[in-house]
Ligand binder design. Structure first.
Ligand SMILES: *[C@@H]1O[C@H](CO)[C@@H](O)[C@H](O)[C@H]1NC(C)=O
Ligand SMILES: *[C@@H]1O[C@H](CO)[C@@H](O)[C@H](O)[C@H]1NC(C)=O
Ligand SMILES: *[C@@H]1O[C@H](CO)[C@@H](O)[C@H](O)[C@H]1NC(C)=O
Ligand SMILES: *[C@@H]1O[C@H](CO)[C@@H](O)[C@H](O)[C@H]1NC(C)=O
Ligand SMILES: *[C@@H]1O[C@H](CO)[C@@H](O)[C@H](O)[C@H]1NC(C)=O
Length: 447
């Protein structure tokens, strides 16, 4: 049924703003409502504008399509610009090559933007870096070359620019066994000298944040597209000795099913910007950004479902929601209440889907779209999903990545419109496959 909207509402809609929250794992869209395609991200601030560079994987392939460029003033609302780098046939950046993890830095000496990326053959055998330059942040960039820095492998890589403008390449080298840091030439076009190597460290996906004179290196280990517990290391000199590795999140959650891509300084803290890779559907890989807080003395991910950032103040705010325990709902069919200390309040609901459902009643809604985080366990090695039906309405599917063996709990977001007042949410109806075990839901009002 079409409803006539009086002019006052049409006018009002001009003044409503897009969601100004960060929801890790949701399908992020740009200001034209297209899904943001900027994986393996790199960021750059020019004036008051933030630029997000990344891999366009909309063709669901690892092969090179484009390095996209998005702009924002708040890190939350992004507009797509022209592609920063496009394939060139007959070169190492053709559509049958790999271009990953683009990072852009500004070189003041030449007033030039310099993009570095992992440049490879389709079998990842070439293991090179590539460089391209431009006179504007989004370019388009002019491709210069791909090569092995100092003659050695370079696969996953990042860049770090120190306070004195000396820049460094951070890279997985020697068949991903040794992690290296090499100084760039003053024009940022090449590397000049290796300054450090973390031997036999098997690190990937690096980023560095400098805080109070201490360098923090964030990196994953090597498990392909599968997540692993990402780590941090610290040192007071990039050429010095690094601390032994330590966790940024409980090991079991495997960095909340993500891999580091970029680490963004935020006041006295930072933002962990990771990718939730989905190799069978690469363009549906999601962005997993979390506050990285030093409040405990070491950088730790704040597992926020919904949060926002104030770049001027250098602070973040984690939204508080209302929790509803799954085991307090009404089960039907084959659904079973599970007692396990891994679940909050010691219980959850299993055997959902394939005839099993749970209905959580008296869920307070606002009448507007709102974020709901589903906390679940999926002990398979593959993704599951669960349907959600609001007040008996059409089922919405929510993907549930595998959480690892045992009852490791992760959350996935879904945006639903509940009615203002009380609602019933049914999980697992109308699906033949089994859903993950549901621990609880948290309903947020922040939008
Ligand atoms: C910047 O600092 C590093 C580390 O102390 C040093 O190696 C480098 O020479 C410095 N560069 C400049 C341009 O001063
Ligand atoms: C980078 O520098 C090395 C010398 O260290 C040189 O052999 C190589 O050709 C340079 N690569 C590029 C693309 O300029
Ligand atoms: C409970 O399951 C039965 C079949 O097992 C079904 O007929 C009934 O509609 C279900 N009730 C609810 C509330 O989902
Ligand atoms: C839900 O997950 C199952 C695997 O458990 C898969 O076969 C199915 O295609 C998924 N459905 C949707 C709508 O994603
Ligand atoms: C149940 O699933 C079918 C097939 O996926 C779909 O067409 C139908 O709309 C679903 N029913 C509800 C109530 O969501």
């Amino acid at each position: 049924m079409k409803t006539w909207l009086p002019p006052v509402f049409s006018l009002f809609s001009l003044f409503t703003t897009r969601a100004a929250v960060i929801v890790p794992g949701a399908t992020w869209t740009d200001t034209s409502e297209a899904v943001i395609q900027a994986h393996g991200a790199g960021f750059l601030k020019v004036g008051s504008t933030y630029y997000w560079f990344g891999e366009d994987k909309s063709h669901n392939s690892a092969l090179f399509k484009a390095v996209s460029c998005y702009t924002s003033s708040d890190l939350m609302t992004w507009s797509r610009q022209n592609d920063a780098l496009s394939p060139i046939s007959g070169t190492d950046i053709s559509t049958s090559n790999i271009v990953e993890r683009p990072k852009v830095i500004f070189n003041a000496q030449n007033s030039e933007y310099v993009m570095w990326f992992h440049s490879d053959s389709s079998d990842y055998g070439a293991a090179m870096v590539g460089v391209a330059t431009a006179t504007t942040p989004c370019g388009p960039y002019t491709y210069k070359a791909s090569w092995k820095p100092l003659g050695a492998d370079s696969r996953d890589m990042g860049l770090f620019v120190d306070d004195n403008s000396t820049a460094y390449l951070l890279y997985a080298s020697d068949n991903n066994q040794n992690f290296k840091i090499s100084r760039l030439t003053t024009d940022y076009h090449n590397v000049s000298e290796q300054v450090n190597v973390l031997s036999a460290s098997t690190l990937e996906a690096p980023g560095i944040v400098k805080r109070n004179g201490v360098y923090y290196l964030f990196a994953s280990h090597t498990s392909g597209w599968t997540p692993n517990p990402n780590k941090y290391f610290s040192t007071t000199s990039l050429s010095g000795t690094w601390s032994s590795q330590a966790d940024i999140a409980p090991e079991a959650v495997r960095t909340y099913f993500s891999q580091n891509a970029y680490d963004f300084p935020l006041g006295s803290n930072a933002i962990y910007m990771g990718d939730r890779w989905r190799p069978s559907l690469l363009g549906s890989s999601r962005y997993m950004w979390f506050p990285l807080s030093w409040s405990s003395g070491s950088p730790q991910i704040v597992a926020a479902d919904v949060w926002s950032v104030d770049l001027t103040a250098g602070t973040y705010t984690v939204a508080i929601g209302t929790t509803y325990e799954a085991e307090d709902g009404t089960i039907n069919g084959s659904a079973t209440i599970i007692s396990d200390s891994a679940f909050s309040s010691g219980g959850g609901v299993g055997w959902l889907g394939h005839g099993g459902t749970v209905t959580i009643s008296n869920v307070q809604g606002t009448g507007s779209p709102q974020w709901i985080a589903l906390y679940y366990a999926n002990g398979d090695s593959t993704w599951r999903n669960v349907t959600v039906s609001v007040n008996g309405g059409i089922d919405v599917y929510v993907d549930q990545p595998d959480t690892g063996g045992g009852h490791v709990i992760l959350s996935v977001p879904v945006q639903l419109t509940l009615r203002s007042g009380l609602n019933s949410l049914t999980f697992g109806s109308n699906q033949t496959n089994y859903a993950g075990d549901l621990d609880k839901i948290i309903v947020y009002t922040a939008t």
